[in-house]
Design a protein around this ligand. Structure first.
Ligand code: UDP
Length: 476
């Protein structure tokens, strides 16, 4: 009888923590049609419409199991909410895994792969004797920071904040990063958010391996250092760069199709796409400045607008705000820019937009999926980070890879209209933008190479890992 290798994967709440691990699962079953993946899905409240429509497109050998939703609570930080959702779902995860094991012929689940926010399941994996892996849907630089933080926390006296350090922090083999550009979760070391974050970082080393959504050609030094450290000191976890693993864009909702028609009528590379991810939001003041800045630049733009909030991650887990975002734009803006701009409320078909020949730049909040999508399509970036690890990504993109321009804010972090207009022009038409475009083309080709079926670096890494799992597969 044919052997089937069973894998269990556990995402955490939020579109951008669900999609990457499912896309990884798709890659596994694509490379090995004899793999069967069960995706055990915790959720906070009901799933968002984008998550629901996304999950309708799963291939038959990926089976979703939806856990009872955890009620939405008003925790002060989205990281706490995500963590809390996993914690409350743990008993269901344990039961589901046990029942999967008893229903598989030889009780074997070859590997359990959990999202970084679900590190708590490592205990269950060890209890049930399953090989355990964490999937980090972020850069290798962010992964290096996770692994470095326990040491940094020990070395820097706990009464001082990283953002107050004079010198940039030297994460091994990474571009130096100022403390203020680290994750917002580590900006207050006395907070519960920080303590949970640190604990997640510590627990990473309990996994048998860590898969990271990056590729050797993108972060060569960092990845090499991570792998060598794991090998030399025989320290767990082993590091597996498997990216870029991205949503193909097919099956996404069609609400934005008007914008694709509009793009069809624009000149090649003439449009700046503006989006802050699945839930990033600007304050009303910043929204106004961005509108005026885009207008002042005179460049064409396609902007995904969300209702404003002073909490930049307000819409990340809660898309229930039904106010019309266009009502918050400055008076007369839509009329004045109707020849140059197209504005979409809340959600757009991003992959199709980035793939379109009229798109020439991307003003992005630097969520890692957006960054990789831009790299994969060779689109130059303007880095406008808002929360989570986005500022660290912005440092990698500007100081490290040199494929983005980053506007400067005032003492309150607000970016003015002149600064916006200047950088937009420079990105779309200036010499700097041109150089960035060239560097992006190199990365675009490298990202395609990493995924080549024959000898792509990330394909080879994944195949090497999955062959180990295959040997554990059971009869069906
Ligand atoms: N996305 C999209 N349309 C939108 C906004 C976002 O398709 O209007 C997708 C985008 O292509 C990416 C994901 O949502 O795959 C956002 O992930 P990212 O890591 O960039 O940011 P996050 O949502 O975690 O802040």
């Amino acid at each position: 009888m044919a052997k089937t290798t069973h894998i269990a994967v556990i995402p955490s709440a939020g579109f951008s923590h669900l999609v990457p691990i499912i896309e990884l699962s798709k890659r596994l079953v694509h490379l090995h049609p004899d793999f069967h993946v069960t995706c055990i899905i915790p959720s906070l409240g009901s799933l968002s419409s984008s998550s629901k429509s996304y999950l309708q497109t799963l291939p038959p050998n990926i089976n979703p199991i939806f856990l009872p939703p955890v009620p939405i609570n008003n925790m002060p930080h989205f990281g706490l909410q995500i963590q809390h959702t996993v914690t409350l779902s743990l008993p269901h995860i344990r039961e589901t895994l046990k029942s999967l094991m008893s229903s598989s012929n030889n009780n074997v689940i070859a590997a359990l792969i959990a999202d970084i926010f679900a590190v708590e399941v490592l205990d269950i994996a060890s209890e049930l004797n399953i090989s355990s892996y964490i999937y980090v849907p972020s850069s290798a630089m962010v992964l290096s920071f996770y692994l470095y933080l326990p040491k940094l926390d020990y070395e820097i006296v706990s009464s001082s904040e990283f953002r107050d350090l004079q010198d940039p922090i030297e994460i091994p083999a990474c571009v130096p990063v100022h403390g203020r550009d680290l994750s917002d979760s580590v900006q207050d070391r006395s907070s519960v958010v920080y303590k949970q974050y640190l604990e997640r970082c510590r627990r990473l080393s309990l996994a048998d391996g860590v898969l990271v959504n990056s590729f050797t050609e993108l972060e060569a030094q960092t990845i090499k250092a991570l792998q060598e450290e794991a090998k030399e000191k025989e320290k767990k976890p082993r590091i597996y760069p498997v990216g870029p693993i991205l949503h193909s864009g097919s099956g996404s909702d069609e609400n934005g199709s008007g914008c694709l028609n509009w793009l069809n009528n624009q000149q090649p590379r003439s449009v700046l796409y503006v989006s802050f991810g699945s839930g990033g939001t600007l304050s009303q003041e910043q929204l106004n400045k961005l509108a005026f800045g885009l207008e002042l630049s005179g460049e064409r733009f396609l902007w995904v607008v969300r209702p404003p909030s002073n909490n930049p991650s307000a819409a990340y887990l809660d898309n229930s705000n039904e106010q019309n975002p266009l009502d918050f734009l400055p008076e007369g803006f839509l009329e004045r820019t109707k020849e140059k701009g197209f504005v979409i409320p809340s959600w757009a078909p991003q992959i199709q937009i980035l793939s379109h020949s009229s798109t020439g730049g991307f003003l992005s909040h630097c969520g890692w999926n957006s960054v990789l999508e831009s790299v994969q399509k060779g689109v130059p970036l303007m880095a406008w980070p808002l929360f989570a690890e986005q500022r660290t990504n912005a440092v990698l993109l500007t100081d490290g890879l040199k494929v983005a321009l980053r506007p400067k804010g005032d003492e309150n972090g607000i970016v003015g209209r002149e600064e916006i207009a200047k950088l937009v022009k420079s990105l779309m038409k200036g010499e700097e933008g041109n150089e960035i475009r060239k560097r992006m083309s190199v990365l675009r080709d490298a990202s395609a190479n990493a995924l080549k079926e024959e000898d792509g670096s990330s394909t080879e890494t994944l195949v090497q890992l999955t062959l180990q799992w295959k040997n554990l597969g059971g009869e069906t």
